[in-house]
Design a protein around this ligand. Structure first.
Ligand SMILES: Cc1cc2nc3c(=O)[nH]c(=O)nc-3n(C[C@H](O)[C@H](O)[C@H](O)COP(=O)(O)O)c2cc1C
Length: 167
């Protein structure tokens, strides 16, 4: 498998923690982790396998540093790259916009052809999520606020699925 670039935006450290858990699953020599606020487009372009992660901050809102970077990403040529997404949210407090950051991140990708890593909605309780498309989430959804007990198994399962889908 080619090396993976994991890019996250995180305000309180939870998305960062999940990014690091994912890196451990793939092995440190197979995956690099970056905070989206510290990067340039070249950092993204050097990887064939990309994982982007954001938390949610209101209806349709990504984490602030992703909000700052998204216009740059939307203008980039990511054709041919395999992309997987993950999002954090809190279904108990924000059931009307659960994991909406993930939904917006997907929506703003310049090329959705090679997006992998959809995830079942079973096991979550919410009313609306822009991350849900055709009965599935567009990527891994983690809820460290109201379901932290599931984080580890979800990360492990998703990473094992991705190993078959990445280049
Ligand atoms: C002001 C505020 C607004 C939030 N809005 C949402 C939301 O609309 N949907 C959601 O699922 N989670 C929402 N959350 C929960 C965060 O996405 C969640 O706590 C996440 O784990 C934070 O990750 P981070 O520390 O990596 O930024 C909100 C949290 C705060 C404090």
């Amino acid at each position: 498998m080619k090396k993976i670039g994991i890019f996250y935006g995180s305000t309180m450290g939870r998305t960062e923690k999940v990014a690091e858990m994912l890196q451990r699953e793939f092995g440190k020599k197979n995956a690099d982790v970056y905070n989206i606020k510290d990067i340039t487009p070249d950092d993204i372009l050097k990887y064939e396998n990309l994982i982007f992660g954001t938390s949610a901050w209101g209806i349709g809102d990504m984490q602030d540093d992703w909000e700052d970077f998204i216009d740059t990403l939307a203008g980039m040529d990511l054709s041919g790259k395999i992309i997987a997404l993950f999002g954090l949210g809190d279904q108990k407090t924000y059931p009307d916009s659960f994991a909406d950051g993930l939904g917006t991140l997907f929506c703003r990708l310049p090329d959705k052809t090679n997006v992998v890593g959809s995830w079942p909605v079973n096991g979550y309780k919410y009313y609306c999520s822009s991350a849900e498309k055709d009965g599935k989430f567009v990527g891994l959804v983690i809820d460290e606020d109201s379901q932290p007990q599931h984080t580890e198994e979800r990360v492990k399962l998703w990473a094992s699925q991705l190993k078959k889908q990445l280049k």
